[in-house]
Ligand binder design. Structure first.
Ligand SMILES: [Ca+2]
Ligand SMILES: [Ca+2]
Ligand SMILES: [Ca+2]
Length: 427
């Protein structure tokens, strides 16, 4: 003990005020590697050596050993996910491991999961929410487990394509939202936890005919959240339905005929938070200026972004942009460009050039270039820099460049700030 005090005093004297720790912590902090080894040994003692650890593929918990206080006694247990190689049953198994009075780890309970691999693990209060990944063409399975009387009990099981635990209604507590197949249509389910540990289940059946779920997004909406479902219609097209959780159930603020008519577009334009403000935008497209009547192929599109407005209960126009889907960016079209600028994309390099456009002029050679955007994998951008392009944005995987092609007296030339503010990389 005296040595510890000496260390403490030395730290204080050397000016390490930012170092915060407790003497208790120093005395009892276990070596993490030893702790993990002890947990693994306890699992092997119980399940045998012939096991394969199963790692959740997405979400916050990515380890096959998930530490969580599953019984609410203020100490963390460990949930271990694994499969047993020797048995024909390839289902994931879950072991609950806990410390005994001497601090030694033991497996205290085991149960069979509901799928061959683990997609995600989450928790709501003391309930463990496990998503099991499906075989191809099959849906995933959601299992909810509750620890009662020393055993982990399945209390709910259902299939899903999309699942998220999220505070949909803004009540301060998360719900479990899933979207899954139901007959020829889709079913949205929300499980809302109540005070006594009982979930209230809300369903919404979506009569979507042959349409399949293409993607789901959840975005901010006035203190609560909204669920956006992109549905794949015929001929490679998408449309979007949106849903809110309000008092008493799931609610579609715009009826399905309305959203299909308003939001039908080519696939490749998913709903997403394009401007990074937390709210989801729904894109629609129309041929860019000059492409409406020409047979120039492929058609380049003007993308219009729409966002749901709670007060008017309708989709409202937000902005126009050009989206380079293959390179993953959107460029907001400034108002002074409307009707007088069009775009050409180089099919081989992906470079995008905006031109001053005169609807009366028929040929591209009559147009004058204003600015070109280019992008390259992060390692491959040097050629652009050598050619005088300016680096605009870098992500982990790509670098984005521009070069102004018009002279300074062209009023359609943008300032650097305009270029930077109007350019957005999307997921
Ligand atoms: Ca505990
Ligand atoms: Ca909630
Ligand atoms: Ca947004």
């Amino acid at each position: 003990m005296r040595r510890l005090w000496i260390i403490l005093i030395c730290l204080l004297l050397s000016g390490c005020q930012s170092v915060t720790f407790s003497v208790d912590g120093l005395l009892s902090a276990p070596n993490i590697a030893d702790e993990q080894s002890a947990i693994y040994q306890a699992l092997i003692e119980s399940a045998g050596r012939n096991i394969t650890l199963e790692y959740p593929r997405s979400g916050e918990y990515r380890s096959a050993f998930v530490a969580y206080d599953i019984d609410g006694d203020k100490e963390e247990e460990t949930l271990a996910f694994y499969s047993v190689s020797s048995v024909a049953d390839s289902n994931v198994k879950i072991s609950v491991l806990d410390r005994d009075g001497d601090g030694a780890w033991h497996s205290t309970f085991e149960l069979a999961g509901a799928g061959n691999s683990v997609e995600t693990v989450e928790f709501l209060g003391c309930d463990a929410i496990v998503g099991y990944a499906a075989q191809e063409y099959e849906e995933n399975t959601l299992g909810i487990y509750r620890f009662e009387n020393g055993t982990l009990q399945p209390i709910y099981e259902d299939s899903y394509s999309f699942m998220e635990t999220v505070d949909l209604d803004g009540c301060g507590t998360e719900e479990i939202a899933t979207v899954g197949r139901s007959g020829l249509g889709m079913e949205i389910t929300v499980l809302k936890p109540g005070e006594s540990g009982v979930y209230t289940k809300y369903d919404y059946n979506l009569e979507s005919g042959e349409a399949a779920v293409y993607g789901c997004k959840i975005g901010e909406l006035g203190g609560a959240k909204a669920l956006y479902i992109d549905l794949a219609a015929d001929a490679g097209r998408l449309y979007t339905e949106l849903f809110l959780l309000k008092e008493g159930g799931i609610f579609a603020p715009i009826n399905s005929a309305g959203t299909e008519a308003l939001t039908l577009r080519p696939s490749g334009y998913p709903s997403s938070d394009y401007d990074g403000d937390g709210q989801i935008e729904i894109p629609t497209v129309s041929p860019f200026y000059g492409y409406e009547s020409s047979d120039r192929a492929p058609t380049e599109y003007m993308t219009s972004f729409w966002a749901y407005n709670e007060e008017t209960m309708s989709l409202e126009f937000e902005s126009n942009a050009y989206c380079n889907i293959s390179d993953g960016y959107a460029f907001t079209i400034p108002n002074r460009w409307l009707n007088v600028v069009t775009v050409l994309k180089d099919g081989s390099t992906g470079e995008v050039t905006f031109y001053r456009y005169d609807p009366a002029a028929e040929r591209i050679s009559d147009m004058s270039p204003i600015i070109t955007f280019a992008s390259a994998e992060s390692s491959g951008g040097r050629a652009y820099e050598t050619a005088g392009y300016t680096l605009l944005k870098e992500t982990d995987s790509r670098s984005y460049y521009f070069i102004v092609r018009a002279s300074g007296d062209e009023p359609l030339v943008l300032t650097f700030d305009e270029i930077r503010d109007n350019f957005r990389v999307f997921e």
